[in-house]
Design a protein around this ligand. Structure first.
Ligand SMILES: [Zn+2]
Ligand SMILES: [Zn+2]
Length: 308
C-alpha cells in the first residue's frame, strides 16, 4: 500500500508560499530605493536597480514556475493522487507481502506531463486556456534562464502579473492580496511594535504592486470594482498620519461597498477593515466629497466638517 497520500491543500499551500515570497522579494528590493529616491538621490535610475538584481528576478521566475507545478499537482491530486505517480506499476508496493511505501519515496510526474494530465481531467474553459498559456510561457522562460543566459528581460511587472494570475486561477479573485496580507499578519513579530501602525503600513506594499501592474490589471483579479472612486481609509490614514497630509494619498484604498450613491459602508482594500460612513456634503472649500467618517472627517480631503 502507498501511504501518506498528498492532498490538494498540501500543494496549494506550498504554491502560495512561492508566490508570496516572489512578491515580498520584489517589494523588499524597492523599499530602500523608494526611500533614497525621495530623500537623497532623485536621479536614481530604477532600471539600474533591477539590472543589479537580475539574479533575484531569475530566482523569482523559478519560484513562479515551481508554484505553477505545485498548483497543477494540487488540481490533479483533487482527482486522484495516484495520477501523479511516475513509478511503473510493477514497482508499486502492491503485492500482499510487500511493505508499505511512503508516497514521497516514489517518482512523480513533472513539467509537460503535469499539464497533459491536468488537461485530460478538466474540460476546456477560458480559465484552462489561460492556465496553459501562462504555464507554457513561464516554463519556456524558466528553461532559458536555467540552461543559458537569457535573451529577454525579466521585469518585475511580468513576475507580479504572473504571480497574481496564479493566485486568481487556482485560488480565486482577490486571493493575491488576501494571502499576501495574511502571511504578513501571521509573522511572529507582526504587531510587536504597534499592530495598527504595521497593518496600516501594508498600503505601501499594495501601492508597490499597483504601480508595477496598474489598477486595471488588479481590477480584473478582484470581485470589487477597484477602479471606483477611492477614499482615504479612516484607519490607515489615522495610523500613518505622521506622514503628513500630503503623503497620505497612499491610504486612498477605501471604496463604497456596495458602490452606490447612497452607500454607507466603506471597505479599505488594503487593511480590509469596513467602516460605516454618513453621506453629507463636505464643508471644506472646493471639496465635492460627501463621504464622512463617524468622527466627522471628510474622506475625500481629510478635513473635519463643520456642524451648524
Ligand atoms: Zn485601511
Ligand atoms: Zn472634503
Amino acid at each position: 500500500m502507498i501511504n501518506n497520500l498528498p492532498t490538494r491543500e498540501n500543494f496549494n499551500s506550498l504554491a502560495q508560499e512561492c508566490l508570496i515570497q516572489t512578491i515580498n522579494n520584489l517589494f523588499e528590493i524597492t523599499k530602500d530605493y523608494t526611500e533614497l529616491k525621495d530623500d537623497v538621490y532623485s536621479d536614481l535610475d530604477e532600471v539600474e536597480l533591477w539590472e543589479h538584481h537580475r539574479g533575484d528576478l531569475r530566482t523569482c521566475l523559478v519560484l513562479i514556475y515551481q508554484a505553477l507545478e505545485l498548483y497543477l499537482k494540487g488540481e490533479i491530486c483533487n482527482e486522484s493522487p495516484y495520477l501523479l505517480l511516475d513509478t511503473p506499476r510493477q514497482d508499486w508496493p502492491t503485492n500482499p507481502e510487500s511493505l508499505d511505501k511512503d508516497f514521497n519515496e516514489l517518482f512523480t510526474i513533472s513539467g509537460d506531463q503535469l499539464l497533459r494530465t491536468f488537461n485530460a481531467i478538466y474540460s476546456v474553459t477560458e480559465k484552462k486556456k489561460e492556465i496553459n498559456k501562462l504555464f507554457n510561457d513561464v516554463r519556456k522562460k524558466r528553461n532559458i534562464i536555467t540552461h543559458s543566459s537569457p535573451t529577454f528581460k525579466i521585469t518585475p511587472q511580468y513576475l507580479i502579473e504572473s504571480s497574481i494570475k496564479c493566485f486568481t486561477f487556482f485560488e480565486g479573485n482577490d486571493q493575491w492580496w488576501h494571502q499576501i496580507k495574511q502571511n504578513i499578519v501571521d509573522h511572529p513579530l507582526f504587531g510587536y511594535g504597534d499592530y495598527d501602525y504595521e497593518l496600516a503600513n501594508l498600503t505601501y506594499r499594495l501601492e508597490f504592486i499597483k504601480d508595477k501592474v496598474g489598477l486595471k490589471f488588479l481590477n480584473r483579479h478582484s470581485d470589487l470594482d477597484l477602479t471606483a472612486r477611492k477614499y482615504y481609509c479612516p484607519y490607515c490614514s489615522h495610523y500613518l498620519s505622521d506622514l503628513g497630509q500630503d503623503n497620505l494619498e497612499i491610504t486612498k484604498w477605501a471604496i463604497l461597498n456596495p458602490n452606490k450613491p447612497t452607500g454607507t459602508t466603506l471597505l479599505c482594500y488594503s487593511c480590509q477593515n469596513k467602516f460605516e460612513v454618513t453621506r453629507e456634503k463636505c464643508t471644506s472649500e472646493g471639496c465635492k466629497g460627501n463621504v464622512i467618517s463617524d468622527e466627522g472627517v471628510c474622506l475625500s480631503c481629510l478635513e473635519k466638517i463643520e456642524i451648524d
